[in-house]
Design a protein around this ligand. Structure first.
Ligand SMILES: Nc1ncnc2c1ncn2[C@@H]1O[C@H](COP(=O)(O)OP(=O)(O)OP(=O)(O)O)[C@@H](O)[C@H]1O
Length: 259
C-alpha cells in the first residue's frame, strides 16, 4: 500500500458539518396588554428549530403555541428576547423588510386553507412566487404537484375541491417556493382523519425527501406523531420535548403537563 493510501486510512473521514438551526428563539417574552390585565403569553422561551426536520408544538389551550409560531414567522413581535431566521434577527427589520422575509423565506399553511376562491388550484400554488416576482422552477413545480397528487384537479377552483384537496393545494403552495421554514397552524384541524393523514404524510415526505424544515402547531397527538420531535408548552414556557414521538407517548406527556 502506498503512503498516500495508508494516510487516507488513518485519517478519520471529515465529519458532515451539522446544519445550523433554521430558526432560533432566545429569551423570548411576549406580553399582551398592560397593568392588571397584562397576559404573559411567552415567558422566557429558548428554542432551536432544527433544519430539515419536522417539529410539532403542543400544549394546552392558551399555553402560547400560536404566539410562539407568530413570533417565529415574523407575524408578531416580541416584548423582549430575539428570534433569528437563519442569520437574520427579525426584531432588527423594518416592517417592509419583514414582509419581504415572510414572502421570500417562509411558507404558511393555515387550518382554514386560505386559498383565493377565484383562482384555480395551479394559480393558487404559484401565487406567492408570482407576487415575489419569481417563476417557480418548472421541474420542482411538477414534483410538488405530482407528490400532492392533484392530477387533473389543478384546473379546478377551491369550491370544486374537497377539504383535503384544498389543503393539499395550500401545502403545495407553501412548498413550491422552497422556503427556509414552513409554519403550519393546525393544518389538519378542518379535515376528516383520512385527509388529515394524507396531509401529514405529505408534509413528512417533504421533510424526508427534500430536507424541508416544518414547524406545526397541533392539538392532536396522532398528528404530532408524524413529526421528528415535539416540544410542549405550558403557561408560556417550554416544559418538555421528545424525539421520535408516538401518539401514545405524546398523550402521556400531555397528561403529565395537565393538558
Ligand atoms: N392579541 C392578544 N391580546 C391579548 N391576549 C392575547 C392575544 N393573543 C393571545 N393572547 C393571550 O395569550 C395567551 C396565549 O395565547 P395563544 O393563542 O398563543 O395560545 P395557544 O396555545 O395557541 O392557544 P389555543 O390552543 O387555544 O389556540 C392566552 O392567554 C391568550 O388569551
Amino acid at each position: 500500500m502506498d503512503t498516500q493510501h495508508a494516510a487516507a486510512l488513518l485519517d478519520p473521514p471529515s465529519p458532515v458539518p451539522p446544519r445550523a438551526p433554521a430558526a432560533r428563539v432566545r429569551g423570548a417574552v411576549k406580553r399582551y396588554g398592560r397593568g392588571d390585565t397584562a397576559v404573559t403569553a411567552l415567558d422566557h422561551v429558548d428554542l432551536d428549530v432544527p433544519a430539515g426536520r419536522f417539529t410539532a408544538v403542543m400544549g394546552p389551550s392558551g399555553s402560547g403555541k400560536s404566539t410562539l409560531m407568530h413570533c417565529l414567522a415574523g407575524l408578531d413581535t416580541l416584548t423582549a428576547g430575539s428570534v433569528h431566521l437563519g442569520d437574520v434577527e427579525l426584531g432588527s427589520l423594518s416592517d417592509r423588510e419583514l414582509t419581504r422575509v415572510r414572502r421570500e423565506r417562509i411558507g404558511f399553511v393555515f387550518q382554514s386553507f386560505n386559498l383565493v376562491p377565484t383562482l384555480t388550484a395551479r394559480e393558487n400554488i404559484v401565487l406567492p412566487s408570482s407576487l415575489a416576482g419569481r417563476k417557480p422552477d418548472a421541474d420542482w413545480f411538477e414534483q410538488v404537484v405530482r407528490t400532492v397528487g392533484l392530477g387533473d384537479r389543478l384546473r379546478h377552483r377551491p369550491s370544486e375541491l374537497s377539504g383535503g384537496q384544498q389543503q393539499r393545494v395550500a401545502v403545495a403552495r407553501a412548498l413550491v417556493s422552497r422556503p427556509e421554514v414552513v409554519f403550519a397552524d393546525e393544518p389538519t384541524g378542518n379535515l376528516d382523519s383520512r385527509s388529515g393523514t394524507e396531509i401529514l404524510e405529505f408534509m413528512r415526505s417533504a421533510v424526508r425527501g427534500i430536507g424541508q424544515t416544518i414547524v406545526m402547531v397541533t392539538h392532536d397527538p396522532a398528528a404530532a406523531s408524524y413529526a421528528d420531535s415535539v416540544v410542549f408548552l405550558a403557561d408560556g414556557r417550554i416544559v418538555d420535548s421528545i424525539d421520535e414521538p408516538t401518539a401514545e407517548r405524546v398523550l402521556d406527556h400531555m397528561k403529565r403537563i395537565g393538558a
